[in-house]
Design a protein around this ligand. Sequence first.
Ligand code: MG
Length: 288
Amino acid sequence: MKLVSFRRGEALQPGALVDGRVADLSAAAASLLDIISSNHEQNWLDQAVRKAPRLPIGSAQLVAPIPLPRRNIFCVGKNYAAHAREFQQSGFDATSSVQDVPTAPVVFTKAPSSVIGPEAAILANLDPTNSVDYEGELGVVISRGGRGISRTDAMDHVFGYTIINDVTARTLQHKHKQWFLGKSIDSFCPMGPTLVTADEIPDPTRLKLETRVNGELRQNAVVSDLIFDIPTLIETISRGITLMPGDIIATGTPEGVGIGFTPPKYLKSGDTVAITIDPIGTLTNAVH
Ligand code: MG
Protein backbone atom coordinates (compact mmCIF):
# COMPACT_ATOMS: atom_id res chain seq x y z
CA MET A 1 0.00 0.00 0.00
CA LYS A 2 1.20 3.49 -0.89
CA LEU A 3 0.16 5.64 2.04
CA VAL A 4 0.14 9.42 2.01
CA SER A 5 -0.79 12.36 4.17
CA PHE A 6 -2.57 15.25 2.51
CA ARG A 7 -3.89 18.68 3.31
CA ARG A 8 -7.57 19.49 3.01
CA GLY A 9 -8.36 22.99 4.16
CA GLU A 10 -6.57 23.39 7.48
CA ALA A 11 -6.58 19.67 8.25
CA LEU A 12 -3.88 17.07 7.54
CA GLN A 13 -5.44 13.71 6.74
CA PRO A 14 -4.27 10.16 6.06
CA GLY A 15 -4.84 8.51 2.71
CA ALA A 16 -3.64 5.94 0.21
CA LEU A 17 -2.84 6.22 -3.49
CA VAL A 18 -5.08 3.80 -5.37
CA ASP A 19 -5.39 3.75 -9.17
CA GLY A 20 -4.22 7.33 -9.49
CA ARG A 21 -6.66 8.63 -6.89
CA VAL A 22 -6.40 9.36 -3.19
CA ALA A 23 -8.44 7.12 -0.90
CA ASP A 24 -9.40 9.39 2.01
CA LEU A 25 -8.76 7.43 5.22
CA SER A 26 -9.82 10.20 7.59
CA ALA A 27 -12.93 8.26 8.70
CA ALA A 28 -10.70 5.35 9.77
CA ALA A 29 -7.84 7.18 11.50
CA ALA A 30 -6.68 10.66 12.47
CA SER A 31 -3.23 10.31 10.87
CA LEU A 32 -0.74 7.85 9.39
CA LEU A 33 1.07 7.96 12.73
CA ASP A 34 -2.19 6.76 14.29
CA ILE A 35 -2.45 3.90 11.78
CA ILE A 36 1.18 2.90 12.39
CA SER A 37 0.79 3.04 16.17
CA SER A 38 -2.44 1.04 16.25
CA ASN A 39 -0.72 -2.17 15.17
CA HIS A 40 -3.76 -3.29 13.17
CA GLU A 41 -4.11 -6.70 11.54
CA GLN A 42 -2.81 -6.84 7.97
CA ASN A 43 -6.27 -6.70 6.37
CA TRP A 44 -7.52 -3.73 8.45
CA LEU A 45 -5.83 -1.33 6.08
CA ASP A 46 -7.16 -3.11 2.97
CA GLN A 47 -10.69 -2.88 4.32
CA ALA A 48 -10.29 0.76 5.35
CA VAL A 49 -9.04 1.64 1.85
CA ARG A 50 -11.88 -0.28 0.20
CA LYS A 51 -14.46 1.73 2.16
CA ALA A 52 -12.71 5.09 1.73
CA PRO A 53 -14.10 7.77 -0.59
CA ARG A 54 -11.82 8.54 -3.56
CA LEU A 55 -10.53 12.04 -4.30
CA PRO A 56 -8.97 13.23 -7.54
CA ILE A 57 -5.22 13.41 -6.95
CA GLY A 58 -5.15 17.05 -7.98
CA SER A 59 -7.48 18.02 -5.12
CA ALA A 60 -5.23 16.53 -2.43
CA GLN A 61 -2.02 18.43 -1.68
CA LEU A 62 0.44 15.84 -0.37
CA VAL A 63 2.44 16.65 2.74
CA ALA A 64 5.12 14.51 4.43
CA PRO A 65 3.70 11.06 5.34
CA ILE A 66 4.59 11.84 8.97
CA PRO A 67 4.41 15.65 8.96
CA LEU A 68 5.41 16.03 12.61
CA PRO A 69 7.27 13.00 13.97
CA ARG A 70 6.86 12.37 17.71
CA ARG A 71 10.57 12.88 18.20
CA ASN A 72 13.81 13.39 16.35
CA ILE A 73 14.54 11.51 13.15
CA PHE A 74 17.38 9.01 13.58
CA CYS A 75 19.99 9.43 10.85
CA VAL A 76 23.04 7.49 9.82
CA GLY A 77 26.18 9.22 8.58
CA LYS A 78 28.81 7.85 6.22
CA ASN A 79 26.91 4.63 5.49
CA TYR A 80 27.99 4.21 1.84
CA ALA A 81 31.74 3.66 1.36
CA ALA A 82 32.14 5.94 -1.68
CA HIS A 83 30.30 8.77 0.11
CA ALA A 84 32.36 8.28 3.29
CA ARG A 85 35.47 8.83 1.16
CA GLU A 86 34.13 11.90 -0.67
CA PHE A 87 33.04 13.41 2.66
CA GLN A 88 36.44 12.91 4.24
CA GLN A 89 38.25 14.27 1.19
CA SER A 90 36.00 17.36 1.17
CA GLY A 91 37.49 18.53 4.48
CA PHE A 92 34.00 19.11 5.95
CA ASP A 93 34.10 16.14 8.33
CA ALA A 94 35.12 17.52 11.72
CA THR A 95 34.40 14.22 13.45
CA SER A 96 37.05 12.04 11.87
CA SER A 97 40.66 12.75 11.06
CA VAL A 98 42.00 9.50 9.69
CA GLN A 99 39.27 6.95 9.17
CA ASP A 100 36.84 7.57 6.32
CA VAL A 101 34.75 4.38 6.42
CA PRO A 102 33.36 3.91 9.95
CA THR A 103 33.70 0.67 11.92
CA ALA A 104 30.38 1.23 13.76
CA PRO A 105 27.25 3.11 12.61
CA VAL A 106 27.48 6.90 13.00
CA VAL A 107 24.07 7.92 14.38
CA PHE A 108 22.79 11.48 14.81
CA THR A 109 19.34 13.08 14.74
CA LYS A 110 17.36 15.84 13.07
CA ALA A 111 14.67 17.90 14.85
CA PRO A 112 11.01 17.01 13.99
CA SER A 113 10.42 20.67 13.08
CA SER A 114 12.76 20.27 10.09
CA VAL A 115 10.26 18.05 8.22
CA ILE A 116 8.54 19.35 5.08
CA GLY A 117 6.55 17.54 2.41
CA PRO A 118 6.89 17.05 -1.33
CA GLU A 119 6.87 20.29 -3.36
CA ALA A 120 7.47 22.42 -0.23
CA ALA A 121 10.41 24.81 -0.31
CA ILE A 122 13.84 24.15 1.19
CA LEU A 123 14.62 27.46 2.92
CA ALA A 124 18.29 27.78 2.05
CA ASN A 125 18.20 31.39 3.21
CA LEU A 126 18.01 30.13 6.84
CA ASP A 127 21.64 28.97 6.52
CA PRO A 128 23.80 32.07 7.10
CA THR A 129 26.84 30.21 5.73
CA ASN A 130 25.43 29.58 2.21
CA SER A 131 26.58 25.96 2.18
CA VAL A 132 23.34 24.03 1.72
CA ASP A 133 23.72 20.50 0.36
CA TYR A 134 21.34 17.64 -0.48
CA GLU A 135 21.53 14.01 0.70
CA GLY A 136 19.08 11.56 -0.91
CA GLU A 137 18.29 8.70 1.47
CA LEU A 138 15.99 5.74 2.02
CA GLY A 139 13.89 6.28 5.17
CA VAL A 140 12.74 3.33 7.27
CA VAL A 141 9.59 3.74 9.39
CA ILE A 142 9.24 1.59 12.51
CA SER A 143 5.99 -0.27 13.27
CA ARG A 144 6.15 -2.15 16.55
CA GLY A 145 8.66 -0.52 18.86
CA GLY A 146 10.92 -2.17 21.36
CA ARG A 147 14.33 -2.24 22.95
CA GLY A 148 16.99 -4.83 22.31
CA ILE A 149 15.65 -5.78 18.87
CA SER A 150 17.97 -8.35 17.29
CA ARG A 151 19.15 -8.28 13.68
CA THR A 152 17.11 -11.42 13.07
CA ASP A 153 13.86 -9.85 14.28
CA ALA A 154 14.55 -6.33 12.98
CA MET A 155 12.60 -6.50 9.71
CA ASP A 156 9.46 -7.51 11.64
CA HIS A 157 9.62 -4.04 13.19
CA VAL A 158 9.58 -2.19 9.85
CA PHE A 159 6.25 -0.62 8.86
CA GLY A 160 7.45 0.73 5.53
CA TYR A 161 9.73 2.99 3.54
CA THR A 162 9.85 6.60 2.43
CA ILE A 163 12.38 9.02 0.94
CA ILE A 164 14.30 11.53 3.06
CA ASN A 165 16.43 14.43 1.86
CA ASP A 166 18.91 14.96 4.72
CA VAL A 167 19.55 18.59 3.75
CA THR A 168 22.69 19.89 5.45
CA ALA A 169 24.36 23.27 5.99
CA ARG A 170 27.95 22.06 5.51
CA THR A 171 29.74 24.94 7.18
CA LEU A 172 27.52 24.65 10.28
CA GLN A 173 28.03 20.88 10.30
CA HIS A 174 31.79 21.43 10.31
CA LYS A 175 31.98 24.49 12.58
CA HIS A 176 29.87 23.07 15.44
CA LYS A 177 31.50 19.60 15.34
CA GLN A 178 28.20 17.97 16.35
CA TRP A 179 25.98 17.72 13.23
CA PHE A 180 22.62 18.60 14.81
CA LEU A 181 22.55 22.35 14.09
CA GLY A 182 23.59 22.06 10.46
CA LYS A 183 20.99 19.37 9.76
CA SER A 184 17.96 20.50 11.81
CA ILE A 185 17.19 23.87 10.24
CA ASP A 186 13.49 24.34 9.47
CA SER A 187 12.65 22.71 6.09
CA PHE A 188 15.90 20.69 6.00
CA CYS A 189 14.10 17.31 6.15
CA PRO A 190 11.94 16.87 3.03
CA MET A 191 10.04 13.55 3.32
CA GLY A 192 7.75 11.59 1.00
CA PRO A 193 5.97 11.58 -1.35
CA THR A 194 4.56 8.28 -0.06
CA LEU A 195 5.11 5.72 2.68
CA VAL A 196 5.12 2.29 1.04
CA THR A 197 4.26 -0.56 3.39
CA ALA A 198 6.90 -3.24 3.91
CA ASP A 199 4.84 -6.02 2.27
CA GLU A 200 5.29 -4.24 -1.09
CA ILE A 201 9.09 -4.05 -0.69
CA PRO A 202 10.12 -7.52 0.46
CA ASP A 203 13.82 -6.82 -0.21
CA PRO A 204 14.76 -3.16 0.36
CA THR A 205 18.41 -3.84 -0.56
CA ARG A 206 17.27 -3.98 -4.21
CA LEU A 207 15.92 -0.43 -4.18
CA LYS A 208 17.70 2.08 -6.42
CA LEU A 209 18.16 5.72 -5.41
CA GLU A 210 18.66 8.59 -7.85
CA THR A 211 19.09 12.26 -6.99
CA ARG A 212 18.82 14.98 -9.61
CA VAL A 213 19.53 18.68 -9.21
CA ASN A 214 17.87 20.74 -11.95
CA GLY A 215 17.58 17.49 -13.90
CA GLU A 216 21.30 16.60 -13.63
CA LEU A 217 21.91 13.13 -12.18
CA ARG A 218 24.08 13.53 -9.06
CA GLN A 219 23.47 10.36 -7.00
CA ASN A 220 22.84 6.88 -8.40
CA ALA A 221 23.12 3.97 -5.99
CA VAL A 222 21.59 0.74 -4.79
CA VAL A 223 20.62 0.21 -1.16
CA SER A 224 22.61 -3.06 -1.09
CA ASP A 225 25.74 -0.84 -0.96
CA LEU A 226 24.89 0.27 2.60
CA ILE A 227 27.86 -0.44 4.91
CA PHE A 228 25.50 -1.11 7.84
CA ASP A 229 22.27 -2.68 6.61
CA ILE A 230 18.79 -1.96 7.96
CA PRO A 231 18.74 -4.87 10.49
CA THR A 232 22.11 -3.72 11.86
CA LEU A 233 20.88 -0.14 12.20
CA ILE A 234 17.72 -1.23 14.07
CA GLU A 235 19.75 -3.52 16.33
CA THR A 236 22.31 -0.80 17.03
CA ILE A 237 19.84 2.01 17.79
CA SER A 238 17.47 -0.16 19.86
CA ARG A 239 20.24 -1.69 21.95
CA GLY A 240 19.72 0.95 24.63
CA ILE A 241 16.99 3.18 23.21
CA THR A 242 13.36 2.01 23.03
CA LEU A 243 12.20 2.44 19.44
CA MET A 244 8.62 3.66 19.11
CA PRO A 245 6.00 3.18 16.38
CA GLY A 246 6.45 5.87 13.76
CA ASP A 247 10.15 6.39 14.46
CA ILE A 248 12.05 7.17 11.29
CA ILE A 249 15.59 6.08 10.41
CA ALA A 250 17.29 7.86 7.49
CA THR A 251 19.76 5.21 6.40
CA GLY A 252 22.53 7.40 4.93
CA THR A 253 23.36 8.99 1.61
CA PRO A 254 25.44 7.61 -1.27
CA GLU A 255 28.22 9.30 -3.23
CA GLY A 256 27.44 12.41 -5.28
CA VAL A 257 26.56 15.13 -2.76
CA GLY A 258 27.48 18.74 -3.57
CA ILE A 259 30.67 18.79 -1.48
CA GLY A 260 31.94 15.80 -3.45
CA PHE A 261 32.65 18.24 -6.30
CA THR A 262 35.56 20.68 -6.59
CA PRO A 263 34.53 23.40 -6.07
CA PRO A 264 31.46 22.27 -4.06
CA LYS A 265 28.11 22.52 -5.85
CA TYR A 266 25.91 24.03 -3.13
CA LEU A 267 22.18 24.44 -3.56
CA LYS A 268 21.03 27.94 -4.43
CA SER A 269 17.73 29.72 -4.73
CA GLY A 270 15.87 28.54 -7.83
CA ASP A 271 17.35 25.01 -7.81
CA THR A 272 15.15 21.90 -7.71
CA VAL A 273 16.17 18.67 -6.00
CA ALA A 274 14.40 15.44 -7.02
CA ILE A 275 15.10 12.11 -5.32
CA THR A 276 13.60 8.98 -6.85
CA ILE A 277 13.24 5.55 -5.27
CA ASP A 278 10.74 3.29 -7.01
CA PRO A 279 8.07 2.37 -5.92
CA ILE A 280 8.06 5.17 -3.32
CA GLY A 281 8.07 7.83 -6.04
CA THR A 282 9.98 11.07 -6.53
CA LEU A 283 10.47 13.60 -3.75
CA THR A 284 10.79 17.01 -5.41
CA ASN A 285 11.58 20.24 -3.59
CA ALA A 286 12.50 23.68 -4.84
CA VAL A 287 15.17 25.71 -3.07
CA HIS A 288 14.24 29.20 -1.86
MG1 MG B 1 22.63 11.96 5.69
